[in-house]
Design a binder for this molecule. Sequence first.
Ligand SMILES: C[S@@+](CC[C@H](N)C(=O)[O-])C[C@H]1O[C@@H](n2cnc3c(N)ncnc32)[C@H](O)[C@@H]1O
Length: 209
Amino acid sequence: MTTRRPILERVVFAKNQEELAAAYADWAADYDSDLVDEMGYKAPFTAAALLHEHLDMPDARILDAGCGTGLVGKALAALGHSQIDGLDFSAEMLAQAQKKGVYQRFIQADLTQPLGIADNEYEATACVGTLNLSHVGPGAISELVRVTRGGGPVCFTVREEAWVRDPYEETLAELEQAGQCRLRDVREIPYIEEEGSSCRLCLLETLDA
Ligand SMILES: C[S@@+](CC[C@H](N)C(=O)[O-])C[C@H]1O[C@@H](n2cnc3c(N)ncnc32)[C@H](O)[C@@H]1O
């Protein structure tokens, strides 16, 4: 895969978490204008709309995991949601998200590690743009399911190259087999218009195991 923008090359092909964190620190202030306005990043809006379809309570507690600058939170707030927490490992991205004024609480945490969040803490979870090459792998999905109450939706995107390379389908099958969730929807959607890239948009329903 080749990408045109040097900053996108840095985040997609970071060799380790230090390189990834440094790239996001450098990008945070310009992320929204570069990625949404110039490059046509679509996934946050499609994912927020899908999560909203599966949530009938506007006051549902929602975790936005890998919230970045808060595009998903902003889209959910525009759809009427008011109880959204943002989680990310980058202080600089969280600082941008804070400016959106739509999050109740921020959590600085690493999604590749167990999260310090109680079981069933949230009624819904989103994770957009973060299950990706050099970012977070399929191992994080079980934590997203764990912190989401039984019956609640977990909506996430996986960049297509990561979906093909990493064992997402196997991980989802294992979680289903363990009775932790049911895969309700998976579809390929446009990811970043300028790249012509796509991602998988998945919707899980969590189950009381
Ligand atoms: C492409 S951005 C997506 C941000 C936002 N969800 C969106 O769609 O605009 C990926 C985000 O994942 C965060 N991230 C990457 N690795 C992470 C990790 N191990 N734990 C927590 N956040 C991580 C980055 O800091 C960045 O904010």
